[in-house]
Design a protein around this ligand. Structure first.
Ligand code: F3S
Length: 387
């Protein structure tokens, strides 16, 4: 591959992987089961990114493993109705066409594991979206580093990745013990916990004690997403819950304790706005269980402010088939697919204050989208949407 025997594109991509392997002292390349590629929204990659992807696709680049995309900058079907501009849409469509030409499943989502790209325990993968990386490593027990968009694309095209970092068992041991004394009820509480811990531990590997055994995967994805955003946590363990928690060494770790007071402070810190002009749920992209819960709350009611529920197209289609989309649309809300509040250009669509129940979104919205943020639990958000 490196000698160009498989063509120019593979040689270029392989060179990138070898360079990474050299930097991180990897002993070998390992085959991967799947890839997930970030750098999809036109808002993030702009014209240089678009040209790069069209050049790659034009030269015949093809992926060798199951590969999915991170959220794009707009809903690929309903963009006009939701108020996205024609100019933005044209460029975003060209980006998706280039990815499709390369054989990538243009399912644009940060929860690929809910939409058909589910790795197995201990499988090596090359994923880039930080919340998906955290979920795959921690909850599923797959193995991935937090790839950049280009390195994930290179891994997808070559079918391999350098063997270093979180691919190695010895680098997956925890180095900080987090005692959770705070009461966790809503998904936003898990986001607040993740935000708080991420700030404290940065890129360490936390071992959580005190998270209820019946925590669900939606709550875990909120926890991991926020920790990856406020810190750079790519793997965590939860006692009695995550698959490697029993096997890792918990002795002699640095200890921190998180109380109700800590979470209250985080809520206060993340709330920078008061009266939202849009409410957006689904960071990380909503599961069908979350959509059902929201539909139950909206049943027979009417929202007075825009309310978006972001998810993948696969989950949106499922919600449509089982009647949830109908309930949500009758209430005046939308299920928005393929994109999210952070990678969509919401600041250019006239929104100034966005309400969310996600610690990750609350972390990024001020910087990426120039938004004031209302960060609250789902019941509060639905109440605000009715006001
Ligand atoms: Fe996903 Fe966007 Fe949140 S990519 S994790 S919904 S910021």
């Amino acid at each position: 591959m490196l000698n160009g025997e498989h063509g120019e594109i593979i040689e270029r991509m392989m060179r990138l992987l070898v360079r990474l392997a050299d930097i991180y002292n990897a002993d070998k390349m390992i085959p991967i089961g799947s890839a997930q590629i970030a750098g999809v929204s036109y808002k993030s990659i702009g014209d240089p990114g678009l040209e790069f992807l069209e050049d790659m696709a034009g030269k015949g680049a093809k992926v060798r493993v199951l590969s999915y995309l991170n959220p794009a900058g707009m809903d690929m079907m309903q963009w006009r109705a939701l108020g996205f501009s024609e100019d933005f849409a044209k460029k975003q469509i060209r980006i998706m066409d280039a990815f499709q030409k390369m054989g990538i499943v243009v399912s644009a989502t940060c929860t690929p594991y809910l939409a058909g790209n589910l790795p197995r325990y201990r499988e090596h993968i090359a994923w880039s979206e930080s919340s998906a990386v955290s979920f795959a490593n921690s909850v599923i027990g797959a193995r991935t580093n937090r790839e950049g968009g280009p390195s994930a694309l290179a891994a997808a095209i070559c079918g391999i990745t350098p063997n270093y970092g979180l691919h190695l068992d010895e680098n997956r041991e925890p180095n900080v013990l987090v005692n959770v004394e705070a009461k966790l009820e809503y998904q936003s509480d898990y986001g607040a916990l993740g935000y708080t811990v991420g700030k404290l531990v940065k890129n360490k590997i936390p071992f959580f004690r005190g998270i209820p055994d019946n925590v669900d995967t939606d709550q875990l994805k909120s926890l991991g997403a926020a920790m990856a955003a406020s810190g750079a946590v790519a793997l965590y363990h939860v006692e009695n819950v995550t698959p490697d928690a029993d096997k890792v060494n918990k002795n002699g770790l640095e200890k921190i304790t998180i109380t109700d007071e800590d979470l209250k402070e985080t809520y206060e810190k993340l709330n920078t706005g008061e009266d939202p002009d849009i409410i957006i749920i689904g960071c990380p992209h909503a599961s069908i269980r979350e959509i059902r819960r929201i539909a139950d709350k909206l049943q027979g009611k009417k929202v007075r402010k825009p309310l978006w529920i972001c998810t993948s197209r696969v989950i949106r289609d499922l919600a449509e088939k089982i009647g949830l989309l109908d309930v949500i649309e009758k209430a005046g809300a939308n299920i928005v697919a393929d994109t999210c509040m952070v990678v969509a250009p919401i600041e250019k669509m006239g929104y100034k204050t966005t309400a969310v129940n996600s610690g990750k979104a609350a972390n990024y919205l001020p910087g990426f989208c120039k938004q004031n943020v209302v960060f609250q639990n789902i019941d509060e958000l639905v109440r605000r949407a009715m006001q």
